[in-house]
Design a protein around this ligand. Structure first.
Ligand SMILES: *Cc1c(COP(=O)(O)O)cnc(C)c1O
Length: 389
């Protein structure tokens, strides 16, 4: 059976070049980067070469890039690190209702410990309002955190403008750029970003490794305590093969950027056109104007998304539903809820995300399968009489 992976925003396969770059660091080149003999120094050099590649992708100084265990750790680090370092100034954080759970649950943790958090809503296009953001600022605000690209609906936020507002008010600005990395242009200097979370496994690198950009001079406490690794900012023996892999993935993301964006957006647009033309009562959530090149978030009215997902899976196709990321959870997505979509329509929503290995034939197979599944499910649905199918 044909296998089609259309969930690149959940994770990506490791590219062959990335794996090849990593392999020696499991075996011959295994030295501890903290050791001061040659074998150790070589490992340290490999880490700093990877750091330079990640820095280049985001226009940072390499000394401002720190490796972590991924997007989740970096989001936690940003929230807890700034909350601790700035506690004498205030206890107020501004974020949005559509952040990843790594951010939302970290903020909720702090709320239980006396912090106040403002969760900004989004407009019908899926973007935050700059006026609302500025109006939420108080003299106790210590952190503004707004994700660059949303993982469910793919909308891109006005990060540069938010950075300017934060700068004007002297507030630290963090952005979760896990979905943005390699998919939209990132220039941390031009965008006035103070802190930025990154992850390797969303850009064809290995899992369990990511990074944090910390602009020089930004006050942030450490999150992990221990040895002097990462310039005394992040303790723990470095994930050497992971870091090398992330560096290679970042290098490829920069080299292939234009081709990648064109490839993904062309196929994504074709998928949307085909679905909307061939299946009635379907629509796309979130603006098409500011969007992740590979993201199509589509509502199929009068359908149970979970049933669709399982039928697609039985046809070899992997996609996500509008239920909160876990396949076992029926809690409707907080992002689609913030977008104002009613619960029954959220349950009929699927997220398709294409990537570098997606082909036009994959799209044709998915559309063909969707047509069959929707016909079957709507045929047995109780609303079919009302709709006259
Ligand atoms: C995947 C993801 C994360 C989590 O990153 P991990 O490296 O898997 O911990 C955080 N934020 C966003 C927007 C993501 O898509």
């Amino acid at each position: 059976m044909r296998q089609v992976y259309m969930d690149y925003s959940a994770t990506t396969p490791v590219k062959k070049e990335v794996l090849d770059a990593m392999l020696p660091y499991f075996t011959e080149s295994f030295g501890n980067p903290s050791s001061i003999y040659t074998r150790g120094l070589e490992s340290k050099e490999a880490i700093n070469a990877a750091r330079a590649k990640v820095a280049e992708l985001i226009n940072a100084n390499p000394a401002e890039v720190f490796f972590s265990a991924g997007g989740t750790e970096s989001d936690n680090w940003a929230v807890f690190g700034v909350a601790d370092a700035m506690k004498d100034k205030g206890n107020h954080i501004i974020t949005t209702k559509i952040e990843h759970h790594a951010m939302l649950h970290s903020c909720e943790f702090l709320e239980k410990r006396g912090f106040e958090v403002t969760y900004l809503g989004i407009g019908p296009d899926g973007r935050v309002s700059l006026e609302e953001l500025e109006a939420a600022i108080t003299d106790k605000t210590i952190l503004i955190s707004v994700m660059m690209v949303n993982n469910e609906i793919g909308t891109v936020q006005p990060i540069k403008e938010i950075g300017e507002i934060a700068k004007k008010h002297g507030i630290t600005f963090h952005t979760d750029a896990v979905q943005a990395l390699g998919n939209v242009e990132i220039d941390v200097k031009d965008m006035n970003i103070d802190l930025m979370s990154m992850s390797s496994h969303k850009i064809y690198g290995p899992k369990g490794i990511g990074g944090m950009y910390i602009r020089r001079g930004v006050k942030i406490s450490n999150y992990l305590h221990g040895g002097a690794q990462e310039n005394k900012r992040r303790a723990g023996t470095e994930n050497l093969p992971g870091i090398v892999g992330f560096g290679k993935a970042a290098e490829l993301a920069k080299a292939n950027y234009e081709e990648h964006v064109k490839h993904c957006s062309t196929l994504r647009n074709y998928l949307i056109e085909e679905v909307l033309a061939k299946i009635p009562d379907t629509y796309v959530n979130g603006t098409m104007d500011y969007r992740h090149p590979g993201n199509a978030n589509i509502t199929f009215e009068y359908i149970e998304g979970e049933a669709m997902l399982l039928m697609l899976d039985s046809m070899g196709i992997s996609v996500s539903t509008g239920s909160a990321c876990s396949s076992t959870s029926l809690v409707p997505s907080h992002v689609l809820t913030a977008l104002g979509i009613p619960v029954e329509k959220i349950h009929g929503t699927l997220r398709f995300t294409v990537g570098d290995f997606t082909t036009k034939e994959d799209i044709d197979y998915v559309v063909e399968s969707l047509v069959k599944i929707v016909t079957t499910l709507r045929g047995i649905s109780s609303v079919n009489e009302k709709k006259g199918w």
